[in-house]
Design a binder for this molecule. Structure first.
Ligand SMILES: CSCCC(=O)C(=O)COP(=O)(O)O
Ligand SMILES: [Zn+2]
Length: 224
């Protein structure tokens, strides 16, 4: 099965209150698969895809990701406000961490977030230095900017906070200064990454989660 995202602009007379079923089902299937890998314990994590220039489909808050289905998405605008017919429903508590990306880059179509053990531990461990540097791993070539393993990839780390609006503005400043950023960590919390398609966001997420696990296990082998 392919994981391409159908360009929304092809639907000139498309009903904008409808969430595209095929895309929602593709992403829901991946969300369940990532849950099985331990990326989203206890209702954690959130996911979204662009539905138009001014709107996105995002996971509703508190959903069990092992049971996630297309019906667990709802529509919000770029300010994170619920759109018809979803008024009164609660989108992800971290909705603004998604909307900031769709606002700042119209090429972004999918945003994903994980709460893996390795992302949680390493983001906390490296918070003081402000980033996690990954070098010399072949899988770095799954990231867009690299065609060699002999590179230094720095994953920014933000302190965790319950003030998601402030965190989204802090991230906006970083993204405006460094628009090639493809992911970041929140300390003791997890990973955000994104892409222009489901396939690209999937590649980033799976490569980064693999690299986090490898890096953690390397520290165990050779502590420093
Ligand atoms: C139980 S996880 C705490 C909130 C969180 O970090 C998360 O990713 C899930 O929040 P949501 O509102 O999207 O369910
Ligand atoms: Zn989270």
């Amino acid at each position: 099965m392919g994981f391409s995202l159908r360009p929304f602009h092809l639907f000139s007379c498309y009903d904008m209150s409808i969430i595209p079923k095929e895309t929602a089902e593709q992403l829901a299937q991946l969300i369940r698969a990532w849950n099985a890998k331990g990326f989203s314990p206890a209702t954690s994590t959130n996911y979204s895809f662009r539905v138009g220039a001014d709107r996105l489909a995002i996971s509703k808050s508190g959903r069990d990701k092992s049971q996630f289905s297309a019906q667990d998405f709802m529509l919000v605008d770029l300010k994170g406000r619920a759109l018809p017919p979803f008024e009164g429903e609660r989108s992800s508590a971290e909705t603004l961490l998604h909307t900031v990306l769709y606002e700042e880059n119209e090429a972004i179509n999918v945003v994903v977030h994980t709460h893996s053990i390795y992302g949680t531990l390493l983001s906390d461990y490296y918070l003081k230095q402000g980033n996690l540097r990954l070098s010399q791993y072949e899988l770095l070539k799954a990231l867009p900017q690299f065609d060699s393993h002999e590179v230094d990839f720095e994953l920014p780390i933000f302190p965790n906070t319950q003030d998601i609006e402030q965190l989204s503005e802090d991230f906006r400043q970083l993204y405006l200064a460094q628009p090639t950023t493809i992911a970041y960590l929140i300390a003791g919390h997890g990973l955000y990454t994104w892409g222009k398609s489901i396939a690209e966001a999937k590649r980033h997420l799976e490569a980064l989660e693999f690299l986090l696990e490898v890096h953690y296990k390397k520290l165990l082998l050779a502590p420093h």
